[in-house]
Write a protein that binds this ligand. Structure first.
Ligand SMILES: Cc1ncc(COP(=O)(O)O)c(C=O)c1O
Length: 378
């Protein structure tokens, strides 16, 4: 028998979640962001569900784009960071990829590229995140250069928010970057894409600014990443049920053994948890080598047979301990849901587990270990 642990990908939840993005986005089209192997869910596993709603797929790695074309996706694919070296442009031509342009060097490569088909590019403005993109004062010259190149069919405009998930400095997190985007792009033609999940969920209907007229933050394309997988970008201010999001992935294991602890006895490496009273402790077939965060402290929430309890002590490589004191019916073989949805339907948000462990849901999804078998469910 294989070790009792599995990840379940909930197909219907993936399409439902992108439907939430579509609703929020009004008339805008939806990129399903599938970078990092669909946020750890697996591009091939998610594809059938996501293609039902998505207008395009956005990724980072050219191999991810290859995989999407191998799945027979003929619609738009956007490389969010653009190309990494000149010969990637051949792949863009061959696979008809749209690609971000964030640097002069990428424009130079494109200018030297022997054109087969003119390409669609998304010119990226650094509106304040200071990760990638042209500063506002250099943006127009980059736009003009690209617009005149035979290699370019169409120049769309994009930027990325650093703080769409929260208030910062006494104002909502996008106001400053929106104003910069508005000023730098208002009189330029072309499609626009500015909203990630947080902006789609929190700000989609809001106008970009005075100069951009009626155009809203959803603009022409929203980029739905984490929300598509049921993660909440602004947890704990909001949780999944607030937005109607459903878990894309569940991680489930089983109780392998049960220990009765006397007061004063401890559990696991480092004896970091000591029982104050008599306790019943379950040992679960999941550890940090499965992608469960080692830093999850005692008290991290977990579901056993669909009922909420907590972890105890340190997470080991292959096992962790849970408190069964108030769950007398749960013995060896009991189902343990580390995040997502229990077999009986109860849910434990990945964001809640992540927060307890001092991280974010994104990291937990992406860190699901190779050794965990994955099953795709309707
Ligand atoms: C350029 C760009 N767009 C969209 C996304 C999707 O972000 P999220 O998962 O928060 O929706 C990312 C993620 O980092 C990104 O880098």
């Amino acid at each position: 028998m294989p070790r009792p642990i599995e990840a379940i990908i909930h197909s219907s939840h993936l399409s439902h979640n992108l439907g939430v993005a579509r609703e929020r986005a009004g008339g805008a089209r939806v990129w399903a962001v599938v970078k990092a192997n669909a946020y750890g869910h697996g591009i091939e596993r998610c594809f059938d569900a996501q293609r039902q709603v998505a207008d395009g797929f956005a990724c980072i790695d050219l191999q991810e784009a290859e995989r999407l074309r191998a799945l027979d996706w003929r619609g738009p694919i956007l490389l969010l960071e653009g190309v990494f070296e000149p010969r990637d442009l051949e792949t863009c031509s061959r696979l008809q990829l749209w690609h971000a342009i964030h640097s002069e060097q990428q424009i130079d490569w494109l200018a030297a590229h022997k054109v087969q088909h003119p390409q669609r590019v998304f010119l990226k403005l650094n509106s304040g995140m200071n990760r990638l993109g042209f500063r506002p004062q250099a943006f127009r010259a980059a736009w003009q250069r690209l617009s005149q190149m035979p290699q370019v069919e169409d120049v769309a405009l994009m930027t990325h928010f650093s703080d769409a998930d929260a208030e910062r400095f006494g104002q909502d997190g996008i106001a400053h970057q929106l104003a910069v985007f508005d000023a730098a792009t208002a009189d330029l033609p072309g499609e626009r894409s500015i909203a990630n999940s947080a902006a789609t969920l929190r700000h989609a209907g809001r106008p970009i600014g005075a100069q951009s007229g009626e155009l809203s933050v959803a603009a022409d394309w929203v980029r739905a990443g984490i929300l598509g997988y049921g993660g909440v970008p602004d947890y704990p201010e909001h949780d999944a049920s607030h937005y109607g999001l459903l878990p894309g992935m569940s991680l489930r294991a089983r109780v392998l053994g049960v220990q009765q602890l006397e007061p004063g006895e401890s559990v696991g490496y480092g004896s970091s948890f000591t029982a104050g009273v008599a306790m019943r402790v379950g040992t679960v077939s999941c550890g940090y080598a499965d992608g469960y965060p080692r830093h999850a402290p005692t008290g991290t929430p977990v579901l056993v047979n669909g009922r909420r309890t907590r972890t105890l002590g340190r997470v080991s490589m292959d096992m962790l301990a849970v408190d069964l004191t108030n769950l007398p019916e749960a013995g060896v073989g009991a189902e343990v849901t580390l995040w997502g949805q229990a077999g009986s339907g109860e849910r434990l948000g990945i964001d809640e587990v992540a927060q307890a462990a001092g991280t974010i849901g994104y990291e937990l999804m992406c860190a699901l270990a190779q050794r965990v078998p994955v099953r795709v469910e309707d």
